[in-house]
Design a protein around this ligand. Structure first.
Ligand SMILES: *[C@@H]1O[C@H](CO)[C@@H](O)[C@H](O)[C@H]1NC(C)=O
Ligand SMILES: *[C@@H]1O[C@H](CO)[C@@H](O)[C@H](O)[C@H]1NC(C)=O
Ligand SMILES: *[C@@H]1O[C@H](CO)[C@@H](O)[C@H](O)[C@H]1NC(C)=O
Ligand SMILES: *[C@@H]1O[C@H](CO)[C@@H](O)[C@H](O)[C@H]1NC(C)=O
Ligand SMILES: O=C(O)CCC(=O)C(=O)O
Length: 357
């Protein structure tokens, strides 16, 4: 089967796009979806320590997290310059020839690398996109420092990618810093010990991903990113001016339109388990369009691989999910299960069936 995703070739074939990219009717994008109401959190206000602003921010975060887990942050402190450069640098990689991009080809079961159509893991309902993912560990652990984004890029793509690597190194560090501040709001909103999440995520091994959605001549039958919940803990998404992000709330798809001042934040499955199911990880997807390429940048905060995911005592009550490590859930979603709104429940069953863990 043809597995090289080259949208120029696919769009210029005389007929329809290949069947592998066509989604079943009930999953095809609907033309006019309502706009999802998501609160805008003024991070500077929260960090100012002003009691009114702090309680307003935590109230909004708590409300949104209990309902669907999506909110926006403004005054987030990430420099405009960095956001703009990280966005524009994406073309350096994605507009280069396929063989060049394949230098970073992601292999089955690996986190980092270039992928189109999920490296052939799935044979239908393929996403109309290309991605470059890099695992990120802020600690410079090994003597060769090979865990940084920059070194991964240079190692796979070559010295010409020095600047490119540096931009995304700085970007992931900025997002990692920001995730800590968002964790503070989440912690306060849950009424748990002030340092709990800071300690939990101290040696985080997060994931950074560039999503490149080429234009498509049949946008009404494809999806850029299929419906899924993030298995990770917290996602920070930089959207561009081309809309496309949709969230499934109140039994219908609703959009989160671009807002140039804001980053989109959402809760993932691991954080849902950490809150004993109180804060929701919600199904979302991305649609594409016929006249513009859409580009997004996503930072997925994850704990260290062997960290045991269990709620703090304040939230324990009756346990909804068993203890697990992030590495088990990661393996489950990479090798056994395509993430969707049932991931955590299916994972729980799988854990019970494989109790040798
Ligand atoms: C560092 O790189 C050298 C040479 O490539 C290699 O021999 C060594 O094992 C590496 N050390 C670590 C900790 O990865
Ligand atoms: C991240 O935070 C650290 C510690 O506060 C700071 O030294 C560093 O400059 C920050 N990095 C970015 C890219 O904002
Ligand atoms: C992730 O780890 C880095 C380095 O240890 C730290 O600076 C950052 O604050 C951590 N993030 C969170 C959310 O704890
Ligand atoms: C777990 O085992 C039961 C009974 O053998 C089976 O019906 C179910 O499909 C299994 N679930 C998973 C997630 O493997
Ligand atoms: O690009 C988007 O808007 C969503 C991307 C996404 O959900 C993902 O990368 O997991």
């Amino acid at each position: 089967m043809m597995m090289n995703f080259d949208s120029k070739v696919l769009n210029h074939q005389p007929n329809q796009i290949p069947q592998e990219f066509v989604w079943p009717d009930h999953e095809k994008p609907s033309p006019n979806v309502p706009i999802l109401q998501v609160p805008i959190i003024d991070l500077a206000g929260f960090l100012s320590g002003d009691q009114l602003l702090v309680s307003e921010a935590t109230r909004l975060v708590s409300e949104a997290s209990k309902k669907h887990g999506f909110f926006l942050v403004t005054n987030h402190g990430v420099e405009e310059r960095l956001l703009a450069t990280a966005y524009s640098q994406m073309d350096t990689f994605f507009t280069s020839p396929t063989c060049e991009k394949q230098k970073a080809q992601r292999k089955w079961g690996e986190i980092s690398g270039y992928a189109s159509s999920f490296v052939g893991r799935f044979k239908k309902n393929l996403p109309w996109k290309e991605t470059l993912s890099v695992s990120f560990s802020p600690e410079e652990k090994s003597e060769n420092n090979s865990k940084t984004v920059k070194d991964y890029i240079i190692k796979t793509m070559g010295e010409e990618y020095q600047d490119f690597g540096e931009v995304y190194q700085e970007y992931t560090e900025a997002m990692s810093n920001l995730s800590l501040k968002i964790m503070e709001i989440l912690g306060i909103s849950l009424g748990i010990k002030i340092n709990h999440f800071k300690e939990f995520f101290e040696d985080n091994e997060s994931i950074f991903r560039l999503n490149y959605y080429p234009k498509c001549k049949q946008p009404d039958v494809v999806l850029g990113t299929g419906p899924h919940c993030d298995p990770t803990s917290l996602t920070i998404l930089q959207q561009d001016q081309v809309s496309g992000l949709q969230v499934f709330v109140d039994n219908q798809w609703q959009s989160i339109p671009p807002n140039p001042q804001a980053l989109v934040v959402n809760i993932g499955d691991t954080f849902m388990a950490l809150t004993n199911g109180l804060y929701k990880s919600c199904l979302h997807r991305a649609v594409v369009n016929s006249d513009m390429t859409r580009k997004t940048l996503a930072f997925f905060l994850c704990p260290k691989l062997d960290k045991v995911v269990k709620p703090p005592e304040e939230l324990e009550g009756e346990r909804v999910y068993p203890d697990f490590t992030w590495s088990m859930l990661l393996e489950f979603t990479m090798k056994h299960y395509r993430s969707d709104m049932n991931t955590l429940d299916e994972f729980t069953n799988w854990l019970k069936n494989n109790s040798s863990f």
